[in-house]
Design a protein around this ligand. Sequence first.
Ligand SMILES: *Cc1c(COP(=O)(O)O)cnc(C)c1O
Length: 394
Amino acid sequence: MKKVTQLIHHSYKPPESFESPQPGIFKASTVYFPSAQAVRELTWLDKSSYTYGLHGTPTTFILEERIASLEGGRYCSLACSGLAAINLVNLALLKTGDQLLLPENVYEPSVEAADSLFKGFGVTTAYYDPMQPQTLKNAMTEKAKLVWLEAPGSVTMEFPALDELIKIARAGGAYTALDNTWSSGLAFCGFELGQDAQGQIIGADIVMQALTKYPSGGGDVLMGSVVTRDAAIHRQIQKAHALIGMGVAANDVELVLRSLPTLALRYHKQFKQAFELAQWCQERDEFAAVLNPALQASPGHDEWLRLSHKTGAGIFSVVFDRRFSQAQIDRFVDALKLFKIGYSWGGPVSLVMAYDLPHMRKHPHWDGMLVRFCIGFEDVQDLKDDLAQALKVM
Ligand SMILES: *Cc1c(COP(=O)(O)O)cnc(C)c1O
């Protein structure tokens, strides 16, 4: 054998059963089959074997199983971002003529995808007010196929009666998909939100999460997950997943696997810090409202008490009093030193982002400028001091 061949086909094999805290990482497009016959017989569909990197590796299978457990589901598909996970669900379930239902406070890019991409495919979209379940009932037609849920809205923080919404969607014959990024599988289980009069469990059919946020925890990974308890729905999603070639990179999966053991620790700590800062903001007269479902005055506080384990994501928003101009609020945001201006949450660094409410909502409960904070791991007193000095500059 020539050296160049030997470099590729070397006979040395490391000893088996190497075990350590983190699993080995496998990267592949090509996967070797043991025989020509095996090519015809092996299938990736049930995780019993490997056929091609896009269809799964030991690395992606491990993360899928862990995320399915985290969400309290059975099957998981990984997507290359949270937004891709949302649209994977839409692509898998919606056909021409179907109606899609979105809450008015839904994650913003979903609105654009519905109004351009899915409209072009002949899917109609209607919006409902998540805080008034009756509006979902009114908006649904006999074509209703899929209802998205989010708890709470990730900018305006309203916490809806998820169980009531799911009951209405079910009665109308539609699937329910919950964007569970805020809960991260920890604040509540999206598949078990109560029981109906017959003792049947009320829960979403599909639970999606942006792993980009808390499961990554580093602000350095984009990934999403789609979990279900239903084998038929999972097959439909996996089929769409394979057909559109939705792969995730092993290096990114490795980072999420590395972060998962500390997920709960980080999540509860960031919630505690955010709650303390939100309470501090409530004492200030610059704000017309402070929004976080753990605060009594925040919309849906009672639903949060009823449905969650009284914890949540480390984010909250403030609505500025109308006496402040846009320029003043910009000055406040720019004056912050520890809070960096940026989208996303769940990472170690505190973030701030300003939103213009009337442009975001059909029926905003408040008008004026809203600023959202995502709380990292800095000392909470340092963060208070930073907010105080920036309010002074404003
Ligand atoms: C961030 C986020 C998404 C999208 O996740 P990406 O990985 O950034 O695409 C979807 N839903 C919610 C609620 C989010 O916060």
